[in-house]
Design a binder for this molecule. Structure first.
Ligand SMILES: Nc1nc2c(ncn2[C@@H]2O[C@H](COP(=O)(O)OP(=O)(O)OP(=O)(O)O)[C@@H](O)[C@H]2O)c(=O)[nH]1
Ligand SMILES: [Mg+2]
Length: 326
């Protein structure tokens, strides 16, 4: 991307032009210094504090059926006249430089749908960097008139927590297992899930799925025993056959009404505050890496530490002193 005409891009995005949306998202994903300046300008113009757009995170272990579910749900929503954006946060792309989520082959129908826009995970950077790009891509889609944004993330590492921090409602997909349903569900996920669905409830797995849902529902009552808050409903569905998907969506909307307009606005405001600190940490981390003072001594410090000549606190003190001297 050469020099960016931000005003033209703003107009294109506002007019809902796909090419402009793609260019704008490429811009916010870019790490180049001049692009970052342009991206800030773009986002300042595009940010609209209205909360009409429904932001939903969808997570679950690899293969649980997230993409298939999104294909079905997304097509239902565009069938109702809604415009749907699909984004992905894929921490594995951070490692491999490739991107598997938001996979268009699993969303063949939706990717051909003129009312849907699918964007795979940005391919490079830290989870923080990927999350930053995704949050900003969401703003671009909202400004372009998308009514619903679905963010797919695979349930590994910290990615769910990161995604939960950028959406209104967090949907967790799981599948029935033999025995303990809680086993294999990562600790902490039940605290951040707003709606849970036992997916692949089709064929001979339907009964199994229903009893898994019952068991999870009981467990959730314990997690959320404190009372008046939202108790995440547990449903069953089949993204592949399309059964139960409407009910899951209804619950997503109920969660939204439970929050209310004010609740939603303050949830988003809190998220912005957290995001601010995340951006700041990201920036400081980069400055630390780039610091000439730190670079000058880091190899020596590393050697001394590995040789047992320096303790970790002393090593850290030395590095921070070098950074402060820049
Ligand atoms: N029986 C059944 N199979 C399903 C369902 N949904 C998805 N699958 C199958 O499960 C496999 C994985 O589906 P995906 O939708 O790609 O799952 P995913 O969670 O997006 O996977 P990753 O993006 O790799 O984490 C595919 O072979 C699907 O056909 C379902 O509702 N029922
Ligand atoms: Mg997928």
């Amino acid at each position: 991307m050469a020099t960016v005409d931000v005003q033209a891009l703003v107009e294109g995005v506002r007019a809902g032009r796909r090419a402009s949306v793609s260019r704008a998202i490429t811009l916010v994903e870019s790490g180049r210094a001049d692009h970052r300046v342009a991206a800030r300008e773009l986002l300042t113009e595009l940010t609209d504090p209205h909360v009409d757009c429904v932001r939903v995170g969808i997570s679950g272990v690899p293969g649980v059926g997230k993409s298939t579910f999104i294909e079905t749900l997304g097509s239902q929503l565009t069938g109702e006249g809604k415009r749907v954006g699909v984004l992905a946060v894929d921490p594995s792309s951070v490692r491999t430089g490739g991107s598997v989520l938001g996979d268009k082959t699993r969303m063949a129908k939706l990717s051909a749908d003129p009312n849907a826009y699918i964007r795979p995970s940005p391919a490079a950077g830290t989870l923080g960097g990927v999350a930053r790009a995704t949050t900003q891509a969401m703003i671009v889609l909202e400004a372009a008139g998308y009514d619903v944004v679905l963010v797919e993330t695979v349930g590994v590492g910290q990615s769910e927590v990161t995604v939960a921090g950028m959406v209104d409602t967090f949907l967790f997909l799981t599948i029935a297992r033999t025995g303990d349903q809680l086993q294999g569900i990562k600790k902490g996920i039940l605290e951040i899930a707003d709606v849970i669905a036992v997916n692949k409830a089709d064929g001979d797995r339907a009964t199994e799925a229903r009893s898994a849902a019952k068991e999870l529902s009981g467990a959730l009552r314990l997690v959320h025993s404190s009372g008046e808050g939202w108790i995440p409903p547990v449903l069953t569905c089949s993204g592949l056959e399309g059964t139960g998907v409407d009910e899951v969506w209804e619950r997503v909307l109920s969660h939204r009404s439970f929050l209310g307009e004010e609740g939603l606005a303050s949830k988003r405001a809190e998220q912005q505050l957290d995001f601010t600190w995340a951006l700041l940490r990201d920036e400081l981390d980069q400055r630390l890496r780039r610091s000439p003072g730190v670079r000058a001594i880091r190899e020596d410090v590393r050697r001394a530490l590995l040789a047992g000549e320096l303790t970790a606190p002393l090593a850290a003190d030395r590095l921070i002193a070098a950074y402060d001297e820049d």
